[in-house]
Write a protein that binds this ligand. Structure first.
Ligand SMILES: [Zn+2]
Length: 108
């Protein structure tokens, strides 16, 4: 028996899609809902699949993310507050920065 209501999957359902877009695992990325203030990782959100994928807040159902294929493009639209932590920032340091430049950190 599934603990989920019919019609949606958890955020892990679009893990591969988000990894294609962002180049890393996004399921643990925290997102703050602009409507109810809930902070939850992407994996805890609800995914509705149709013409595209819609990620919704697990508490209030507000839209968190929309992913739609448009021709040969993938269009991603965010809502709310997202905290992205990208491992390997040191290797990707922009040219022209010194070794004393603080490492980029997002979120916690
Ligand atoms: Zn919410």
């Amino acid at each position: 028996m599934s603990e989920h209501e019919p019609g949606w999957l958890d955020g892990n359902a679009i893990a591969g899609l988000l990894e294609d877009v962002f180049g890393g695992d996004m399921t643990r990325v925290p997102r703050g809902c602009g409507s109810c203030g809930t902070h939850a990782p992407v994996a805890a959100h609800r995914v509705h699949l149709g013409a595209g994928a819609v990620l919704r807040c697990p508490a209030c159902g507000d839209v968190a993310l929309q992913v739609v294929e448009a021709g040969d493009r993938l269009v991603v639209r965010f809502s709310g507050t997202w905290t992205l932590v990208r491992p390997g920032a040191r290797r990707r340091r922009p040219t022209g920065t010194s070794a004393s430049t603080p490492r980029l950190r997002f979120g916690r």
